[in-house]
Design a protein around this ligand. Structure first.
Ligand code: ATP
Ligand code: MG
Length: 375
């Protein structure tokens, strides 16, 4: 801390905040959402797979998709469609290489808390959005307990324009800020997250890539936006009226898609009660996620599937790691068979004829057919 205030512009930022539970991620994101919801030419979307994200701002938030993968995926898909539409509009209007933000055409700032807990599909869509959203004024502020690629879905962290780190692991520091960051003096690994009884270093951060702020290993402290203060702002901002998205969405040809999205978001019924897919048995969901992660190849061998299963439950799926490959894959095959039978899923492994030695694995077409059979 050098007693200088920390000011930076949020416009155009793709920001990732990594910090342990209790380090103040949601608090810092709330401080940024407070700024966004004060703008007339920007709106805030709130996504969180396991919590309520920046939901303390209540009615000042334009769209909320929390604790429901289907709603989160639908929102991300909508935003990707909006990116494509805006790119076409920019070309048509001769607007050059970035969206002209105005009250009629607001920026959308998407707050995504607990990124690491998103489904594989949601991560994929989010990463795509991070690559295409900046120019279209669809900006993402993400929060995650981990900054490494196995948690984010890809090695996207270091590529983002801005990184903010609260109390976290050393490996998060070096992955996000580079191998020499610790010796340069970036030491969020020494900060301590809050407990129930102590605030400790919650809300303290190191940062790189904040516009107008030199990259220096300085410790900053973000002023807390309390829930009570956020609730007051929420009421005030709702009274003043939120920016209206209808003009820009109609111009983008997405007014109907927007209403469909709002229907999905408004639906309280659990998935399945409204003609949408029922939840897949755990094992099928896991296998499908592995294919999604690998960008839907025609097949995956047992050996390729194994890391995904192990990542989900190391005790259960890592039991044969001391065996040689043949023994390990044989045991894996048997265990998978038992799981599929227990879940009453009609899916068999097959020999992958396209590969040398025809190892056993699963064809995507067979997996998708089995999933269809469950619906
Ligand atoms: N800027 C801040 N200054 C001081 N205390 C803060 C600040 N932001 C949050 N806190 C306090 O620290 C605690 C944890 O904050 P917060 O819930 O934001 O952490 P988190 O990183 O989001 O944790 P989790 O991953 O478990 O959601 C809370 O008690 C909160 O009041
Ligand atoms: Mg949180």
């Amino acid at each position: 801390m050098d007693a200088k205030p920390l000011f930076f512009a949020l416009a155009g930022l793709m920001l990732l905040m990594v910090a342990d539970s209790g380090a103040g991620k949601s608090g810092v994101m709330l401080a940024m959402a407070e700024v966004v919801t004060a703008c007339r030419d920007a709106v805030a979307f709130n996504l969180d797979p396991v919590g309520t994200g920046v939901g303390d701002l209540g009615e000042a938030i334009t769209l909320e998709a929390c604790m429901d993968d289907e709603k989160i995926v639908a929102t991300l898909q909508f935003l990707l469609d909006l990116c494509s539409a805006r790119a076409r509009q920019r070309a048509r209007y001769g607007w050059g290489n970035k969206w002209r933000v105005s009250e009629q055409h607001p920026a959308i700032v998407v707050f995504v808390d607990e990124w690491a807990q998103l489904s594989a599909l949601a991560k994929k869509l989010l990463i795509k959005l991070l690559l295409v959203g900046r120019k279209e004024a669809i900006w993402v502020i993400g929060g995650s307990q981990f900054g490494t690629k196995e948690w984010l879905g890809e090695a996207i962290g270091p590529k983002l324009s801005s990184k903010v780190l609260g109390s976290c692991r050393r490996v998060d520091v070096t992955e996000l800020l580079g191998g020499g960051a610790l010796t340069e003096g970036y030491r969020p690994d020494l900060l301590r997250a809050a407990t129930h009884t102590e605030i400790n270093d919650a809300g303290q951060i190191y940062a790189q890539g904040l516009p107008g702020v030199p990259d220096r290993p300085v410790r900053y402290k973000v002023r807390e936006v309390t829930s009570a203060y956020a609730a007051r702002l929420s009421a005030e901002r709702a009274m003043a009226g939120l920016p209206d998205l209808m003009f820009t969405l109609t111009a983008a040809g997405l007014d109907e898609a927007w209403h469909e999205l709002l229907d999905v978001l408004a639906d309280e019924a659990p998935a399945g009660g409204r003609g949408r897919p029922t939840a897949l048995p755990g094992i099928v969901g896991l296998l499908r996620e592995a294919f999604t992660f690998e960008q839907d190849p025609a097949y995956l061998t047992y050996d390729q599937l194994h890391p995904y299963l192990r990542k989900d439950d190391a005790d259960r799926w890592g039991r044969w790691d001391d065996k040689d490959d043949k023994g390990r894959l044989r045991e894996l095959g048997k265990a998978l068979r038992r799981e599929l039978d227990a879940a009453q899923v009609e899916l068999s492994s097959e020999r992958i004829r396209e590969l040398d030695g025809a190892p056993r694995g699963i064809y995507l077409s067979a997996l998708d057919a089995a999933i269809e059979g469950l619906r």
